[in-house]
Design a protein around this ligand. Structure first.
Ligand code: C5P
Length: 222
């Protein structure tokens, strides 16, 4: 590997994004939000009227997209942040992400995010499929009820609508699809550090993660 990688995997709403971003910032490393790639692809497919079940058309579409994260998620030069962060975009993404052809089409794109001084990679299969050789693997879990509550809070903070019962149902449905798909299903790598975050604050999780790392991490923790 050209540089070190920390992988942070887990189900939706577990806080991976917040933890991964904080860690990447504290280390001064790059950050890969792999879920955003599936979200952008699903958004582009919806816009282009491509059927989520048509793997070949999705692969062709993926090859034609220009994706950039230098200032938020951008597709073909335009910000798509507000379209891809909705619950519906997450649901669409998990349908697109089921296709092995799509997963292999964006495999190298994901590995390309690894550049010095290092990468924090957030997703479902970062430790199992994309960067299996890294020794720094984490898998975050939390009870589905707690994840629905966190999602609700997150949506409110962004000024978006949410309903806890509906979020809970969506989370269960997405867990089910992500865990049961044939290619790169959601599961911890054998050598991953598993952290149950149900009762933990973001700072407590960050502290646990940092405690397992051999790197100097400069982050203010209470
Ligand atoms: O993490 P996020 O909620 O943005 O991911 C959206 C969806 O993309 C997930 O529900 C999952 O189906 C898919 N995904 C994936 N592999 C990844 C990241 C996300 O299959 N590495």
């Amino acid at each position: 590997m050209s540089a070190p990688v920390i992988t942070i995997d887990g189900p939706s709403g577990v806080g991976k994004g917040t933890i991964s971003k904080a860690l990447a910032d504290a280390l001064g490393w790059h950050y890969l939000d792999s879920g955003a790639l599936y979200r952008i692809l699903a958004y582009a497919a919806a816009q282009a009227g491509v059927d989520f079940a048509d793997a070949d058309a999705l692969v062709a579409l993926a090859a034609s997209l220009q994706i950039d994260f230098t200032s938020g998620a951008q597709l073909n030069g335009k910000s798509v942040e507000r379209f891809i962060r909705t619950e519906q975009a997450g649901e669409y993404a998990s349908r697109v992400a089921q296709h092995p052809q799509i997963r292999s089409a964006i495999l190298e794109l994901q590995r390309g995010f690894l550049k010095p001084p290092g990468l924090v990679a957030d997703g479902r299969d970062m430790g199992t499929t994309i960067f299996p050789q890294t020794p720094h693997k984490f898998y975050l879990t939390a009870a589905a009820e707690e994840r629905a509550k966190r999602r609700y809070k997150q949506l409110k903070e962004k000024g978006l609508d949410g309903n806890i019962a509906a979020l809970f149902r969506d989370i269960q449905q997405r867990d089910e699809r992500d865990t049961n798909r044939a290619d790169s299903p959601l599961r911890p790598a054998e050598d991953a550090n598993i952290i149950d975050t149900t009762q933990l604050s973001i700072n407590e999780v960050l502290k646990k993660v940092i405690g397992q790392l051999p790197f100097e991490v400069d982050v203010p923790l209470d």
